[in-house]
Design a protein around this ligand. Structure first.
Ligand SMILES: [Zn+2]
Length: 271
């Protein structure tokens, strides 16, 4: 407690004139509000900085190239999320991070242009209260599994979540014609329906989306989803249908918070 707040409380408890008590109360309210705003601003900066690191990691580890994005739900307002303006993830700084509502409209009126496919984020946050962070990537390793009847299967314990199933979004089922991008809220909702309660969804001929209960999990799962796809293709080239996958019990029991991966990826970011 600051000295001035202590002094204010002393005035209130010691009595004094009515006007001095009102003045002290007003001063206390104003100080409390200022300190709350300062705290909220510091909390926001911490979240924004973490989201910048997530962008840099995903770019540095080749999960994202010039395209793709990562967002974070605002823990102080579940109907808002943070996402960069339209910019390559490797170049993003805290000044690029914008706040959006669930209609994927920027909260700030004069906001810079956003990603065309931001509706992916808004509509998944709307339909999945458990989701706190989302990665959308155009990662090439998953593409063969989005364009053939071969499903992704859990091959690697670090990608245990693949065992719950990775559905494939077919944009032709949601739009009679498209340029493959999630340009509208309606397409975002259709994608969220295909994702359902899963961690990851592939998008035919396009990429993938990972939805997770934390930013570190979303980054880790996006990385290992791609790695699982690469390893699965290699294993199938070696052994076809004789590949051994994690069984239902193994993938259900396996767990990972990716915290050490996050630390390692963060440590090797270019300075
Ligand atoms: Zn995309």
């Amino acid at each position: 407690m600051t000295t001035s707040i202590v002094a204010g409380i002393a005035v209130l408890t010691a009595g004094g004139s009515i006007s001095s008590r009102i003045a002290a109360q007003s001063r206390l309210r104003s100080q409390a509000l200022t300190s709350e705003l300062r705290r909220a601003s510091a909390d926001r900066q911490t979240l924004v900085d973490e989201l910048v690191v997530a962008n840099r990691i995903l770019a540095n580890e080749s999960v994202l190239d010039g395209y793709g994005h990562v967002s974070l739900r605002n823990p102080g307002n579940a109907d808002h999320y943070f996402l960069s303006r339209s910019r390559a993830p490797a170049l993003i700084t805290s000044a690029d991070i914008l706040e959006y509502d669930l209609d994927s409209a920027p909260v700030e009126k004069e906001a810079a242009a956003g990603y065309i496919e931001r509706f992916i984020h808004g509509e998944i946050y709307r339909s999945r209260p458990d989701v706190k962070a989302i990665v959308h990537c155009h990662c090439p390793d998953v593409i063969p599994f989005s364009t053939t009847p071969v499903p992704m299967r859990p091959l690697y314990h670090m990608a245990f979540f693949v065992g719950a199933g990775v559905p494939v979004f077919e944009i032709r089922d949601a739009a009679s014609s498209s340029d493959m991008l999630i340009r509208t809220p309606a397409l975002g909702r259709a994608l969220a329906r295909t994702l359902a309660d899963k961690t990851a969804v592939l998008m035919r001929g396009h990429g993938a989306v990972v939805a997770a209960p934390s930013l570190h999990l979303a980054v880790g799962e996006a990385y290992y989803l791609n790695l699982n796809a690469r390893l699965q293709l290699q294993a199938m080239q070696l052994a076809g249908d004789k590949v051994k996958y994690l069984d239902a019990s193994e993938s259900a029991k396996a767990t990972q918070d990716y915290e050490r991966s996050w630390d390692a990826w963060r440590a090797r970011l270019p300075r």
